[in-house]
Design a protein around this ligand. Structure first.
Ligand code: DC
Length: 238
């Protein structure tokens, strides 16, 4: 962690007083959009934990490291200098913002995310993001493993079909040519890997609020979650 040049602060790693909102769910459930909206409302920090697994996969592919070389990948993960700045992802001085969203890196990220040593290396990076006044963290194991004491845990779900359709619309809006059936197959494949893996599988924490968003708009989801934020008085003092 001290190798990180992104402004993260080691002294905050054990700060159990900084509140965390944990948002977990499958690919394309809208948790990233939800997390950004809540972080912005509260003026809190944002952790897109999936980006960390994407970065490890992207750099491994760039350096020719096989995606099952667990020790090498863990060493790589521990040594990267990552900075997130205004939706830009800089790794060892290189802008990887677009690269980490490509299809090959997306598929690769769920392979590296299944490796225990990689997850262990990334754990301290994630916890170091917990800084005042608070952190909104989204991923697969935020409420179960990384921040089990989070003040609010949300598990955001939606059918695979709706998630594929949302992703299709997003990519179409960016002017990219996409195939809905291929997107649905890729989402189902990633779900299986994320749910079925032995370490930190995707699942809702026992104390998470489960939101089934198949028939909801993102604004409706944000409103439901913000009501929970207010009920827990998390917005006070921010
Ligand atoms: O949320 P995302 O699509 O950017 O995540 C990329 C991959 O990383 C995905 O396959 C699941 C995995 N992941 C994980 O295992 N644990 C997290 N906390 C976040 C993402």
């Amino acid at each position: 962690m001290p190798r990180n040049k992104g402004g993260w602060n080691l002294s905050s790693m054990s700060d159990g007083h900084v509140p965390v909102i944990a948002i977990d769910g499958p690919s394309g459930s809208g948790k990233g959009t939800l997390a950004s909206a809540i972080a912005e409302c509260l003026g809190w920090h944002l952790l897109d934990s999936g980006a960390l697994y994407r970065i490890v996969a992207a750099v491994a592919i760039e350096r020719g490291i096989a995606l099952d070389e667990e020790s090498q990948l863990a060493a790589l993960a521990a040594g990267l200098a990552i900075s997130f700045d205004d939706h830009t992802v800089i790794v060892d001085g290189e802008d990887l913002t677009d690269l980490i969203r490509t299809a090959s890196v997306t598929a690769g990220s769920s392979h590296v995310a299944a490796l225990k040593e990689v997850r262990a290396a990334i754990l301290s990076v994630q916890r170091a993001m917990r800084r005042p006044p608070g952190l909104v963290a989204d991923g697969r194991d935020m409420g179960t493993v990384v921040f089990p004491e989070a003040a609010l845990k949300i598990f955001l779900d939606a059918s695979a079909e709706v998630r594929a359709q949302r992703r299709y619309n997003q990519l179409k809006n960016k002017g990219l040519s996409v195939n809905l059936r291929a997107l649905l197959a890729a989402i189902k494949e990633r779900d299986e890997r994320d749910i079925g893996r032995a370490v930190s599988p995707l699942r809702a924490a026992g104390d998470a609020i489960i939101i089934e968003s198949t028939a909801m708009t993102i604004d409706e989801v944000v409103a439901v979650v913000y009501a929970e934020v207010e009920a827990r008085k998390l917005a006070e003092g921010t």
